[in-house]
Design a protein around this ligand. Structure first.
Ligand code: BGC
Length: 755
């Protein structure tokens, strides 16, 4: 301990001298001065990011690479490291950078703090279902505080990709299919991570990723080609990135995919023209893991040298794990294939973020062992995770008000591998969480009620340990547990079945071609249904699933995602009615996988068709066009009645506005929250227009019998889109306004936008 304190004093002294050497009062002057002292190699070094020596989130070079990396660190050839966590580890590497390199420039340490560092909150798709923007911001704040206490100063989050295909495993990591909601949430998460003062020791730099169109992989297969038109890019993909930027995000990550034939990592259009040009972004762009080198298999770069040239010229400032900038940039500059001014610009951007974080003043500011001990996993943080988890749950069906259950006097049979699984609820991006630390549903039900609970697994969903690096070993054959579960279910008052995906079945590299309940779970559900129909189906999953059979047969269905550390407690609070569920889906749930991609703001064809029986219409012969559960959908234990919608006028121009109002009454017996959603349809435009688009929402809480008026102001910004003129503008004509409890709302009122 004593020696740690001594080291700390020494390093603060070094850092202090460093900052006094340079005129520290002005960022530009400081960075100019520093850059003027740097060799070309040292500047290139700032642009190099290595994985740490403990765990990896992508493919690493062959064994034995560590020694070279330590050499590179000492030679100032590393600007950042990822996957180095914990004060001790961060401190040790930062010390090399600060004390052993020629200029002592501190490293920036990045990690995927996606939904929590050690205290895990719900997967981001789950959090988005809360539509509670303050809670989402708070969740990012807690994550940042824990990460910063562990020595980190940069998270690779939020993922702000918009997506529409549940086959893609990474749908768990974003805010769903809608651009408007996605933009609001992107800004909230950035504010949560970065706080109001980035130089504070409890805030960390955020990273908007993956720029761009990573959420549109063909057939939902991860990393696959994205082929989307310019207008989808501008109207659907770009806005959440822009919102993150407007909220002050310090870094961007580019993406693995090609976008309209060009790898995003090598795209000048995305990085130079849009991001750094039109949008004026002055932070830095990090490549995705190895994505510079991956331009070779893409068939875009001939070799590593060519890949580095393409990437830097396109505007990728930092190379995550391709190791191509350190090996190639020096010669590329010498040969005149890369202008040195681009290296200066990239290094300046990276140094600028380090400056904003306050790392030059104190490179060890995130390395406080006491803080690490007190902040990480604190009771307060666990309570915040519990609050977020409750808010993320969506009630999909509740026939005969089977839920909430009585807390006493009930015989409950609890079935399902996931009901007693303390690992899966942590989800795929579980930061530094210890394995097997989530509260199970079994534990939650026991803690919050006094019922007699019989647990029977029913079937193994998977075997063995699961982890980030391998596929989940699913059980497809062994049904020996069915018998015991059926006996246990037969005489129960109610059967609670917890089914879904193991925590590592969704996430990066976890694409699926089927969306049913994995393994033997569907069969188990149908078998149990034969002996007891009073079933509460609790789903744990990272993506929309095909629930068509369950929806037809099972009376009550609760969508709980992967809810994080407090999962079982949150689920029990909802099951027993301590918390009235208020979540609403942010992704449409298809009726079967063949409907994917499916989303609410689609465009009608010229032959829309009303039913599957009509042949020459745009309908399927075997299933309806509509989703099973639409975007924005979710029930409550109470009922909300919507009055007729009123518009303040039937005309507006671009300078004034119209208000749309509606009364909502809680006509049930429970206090509850409702997400009131406002959609607008533009009837015709210079481009074909979507059937409707979310343009506002409000989360309200009502006591039984209470009525509230909700008013939305509609101004020109609600009617604007990226038109055929390549401009953000509105177009005169007819618009309709819809206000309701989900995107399927039909009642509407119209107005005209005039000149
Ligand atoms: C992912 C990124 C992540 C990075 C570092 C990549 O494989 O696509 O989202 O931040 O790894 O872990």
């Amino acid at each position: 301990m004593k020696s740690t304190i001594l080291k700390l004093i020494l390093s603060v002294f070094i850092a202090f001298n460093f900052s006094c050497d340079s005129n520290h009062s002005d960022k530009e002057v400081f960075i100019d001065d520093l850059l003027s002292k740097m060799t070309l190699d040292e500047k290139i070094g700032q642009m190099n990011q290595y994985n740490g020596f403990w765990d990896a989130t992508g493919p690493l070079p062959n064994a034995g690479y560590e020694k070279n990396r330590y050499d590179d660190l000492r030679n100032g050839m590393v600007g950042s490291m990822l996957n180095v966590i914990g004060v001790e580890n961060v401190y040790a590497l930062q010390k090399i950078a600060v004390e052993e390199t020629r200029l002592g420039i501190p490293l920036i340490f990045g990690f995927d703090v996606i939904h929590g560092y050690k205290t895990i909150s719900p997967i981001p798709l789950g959090e988005s279902a809360s539509w509670d923007i303050k809670a989402i911001e708070k969740s990012a704040r807690v994550a940042a505080e824990e990460a910063a206490a562990a020595g980190l100063n940069w998270t690779f989050a939020p993922m702000v990709d918009i997506y529409r295909d549940a086959r893609w495993g990474r749908v768990m990591e974003g805010a769903g299919e809608d651009t408007y909601l996605g933009s609001v949430i992107a800004a909230a998460r950035v504010k949560g991570f970065q706080g109001s003062d980035l130089s504070d020791f409890s805030t960390i730099a955020a990273c908007a990723k993956h720029f761009a169109a990573y959420g549109f992989p063909e057939a939902g297969r991860d990393y696959n080609t994205a082929d989307i038109n310019k207008y989808t890019l501008y109207n659907n993909v770009f806005p959440p990135f822009k919102a993150a930027l407007d909220a002050g995000v310090k870094t961007f990550m580019n993406s693995f995919n090609t976008l309209n034939e060009i790898p995003a990592t090598g795209s000048k259009f995305l990085q130079r023209e849009i991001l750094k040009g039109k949008w004026g972004f002055d932070g830095f762009v990090v490549s995705d893991w190895g994505s510079i080198g991956e331009m070779i298999p893409h068939g875009y770069a001939e070799d590593g040298n060519h890949a580095a040239e393409l990437a830097i010229n396109a505007g990728s400032d930092m190379d995550m794990e391709s190791s191509l900038y350190v090996t190639e940039l020096q010669s590329l500059v010498k040969e005149g294939k890369v202008e040195e001014i681009l290296i200066d610009d990239a290094a300046r951007r990276i140094l600028g973020v380090k400056y904003d974080l306050g790392l030059f003043e104190n490179p060890f500011k995130y390395c406080d062992k006491e803080r690490e001990k007190n902040v990480i996993g604190s009771k307060e943080n666990q309570l915040a995770a519990l609050d977020m988890a409750k808010k993320s749950i969506v009630l999909l069906k509740n026939n005969n008000q089977l839920l909430p259950l009585k807390k006493k006097g009930q015989k409950i049979t609890l079935i399902g591998h996931l009901a007693n699984d303390n690992n899966s609820p942590l989800g795929n991006w579980r930061g530094a969480a210890d394995s097997n630390t989530a509260v199970t549903v079994l534990e939650g039900l026991e803690a919050y009620g006094e019922n007699s609970i019989t647990y029977s697994k029913g079937v193994d969903l998977y075997y063995g340990e699961t982890n980030f690096h391998s596929r989940v070993n699913l059980n497809h054959t062994d049904k020996t547990g069915f018998k015991e579960a059926k006996i246990a279910a037969k005489f129960a008052d109610v059967v609670v079945m917890v089914l879904g995906e193991e925590g590592f079945q969704s996430g990066e590299g976890r694409s699926r071609t089927e969306l049913g309940l994995p393994g033997l779970q569907q069969e188990l559900l149908e078998e149990i249904y034969k002996v007891n129909k009073n079933i509460v189906l609790v789903l744990m999953n990272g993506r929309p699933l095909n629930l068509t059979w369950a929806d037809k047969n099972i009376p009550t269905i609760l969508e709980t995602w992967h809810l994080g550390s407090q999962s079982g407690n949150a689920i029990a609070e909802v099951i027993y009615g301590n918390y009235n569920p208020s979540g609403k889906l942010t992704m449409s749930f298809p009726r079967n996988v063949g409907q994917s991609p499916i989303y609410y703001n689609y465009k009608k064809t010229g032959r829309p068709g009303a039913s599957s029986a009509e042949v020459t219409t745009s309908t399927y012969a075997d299933v309806e066009n509509s989703p099973l559960y639409p975007f924005g959908y979710g029930l409550s234990y109470t009922n909300f009645d919507y009055s007729e919608l009123k518009l303040s006028g039937d005309k507006m121009n671009r300078k004034n506005m119209i208000s749309a109002s509606i009364n909502i009454t809680n006509s049930g017996d429970f206090k509850g929250k409702e997400v009131v959603q406002m959609y607008i349809r533009d009837h015709s435009g210079s481009l074909a227009r979507p059937v409707k688009e979310l343009k506002g929402f409000e989360l309200i809480e009502l006591n039984p019998g209470e009525t509230k008026e909700v008013v939305f102001q509609i101004d020109n910004s609600s009617l604007t889109y990226f038109t055929v003129n390549d401009k953000w503008e509105s177009e005169i004509g007819k618009f309709s306004v819809y206000i309701g409890s989900n995107s399927d709302v039909q009642k509407n009122k119209s107005f005209n936008l005039t000149n």
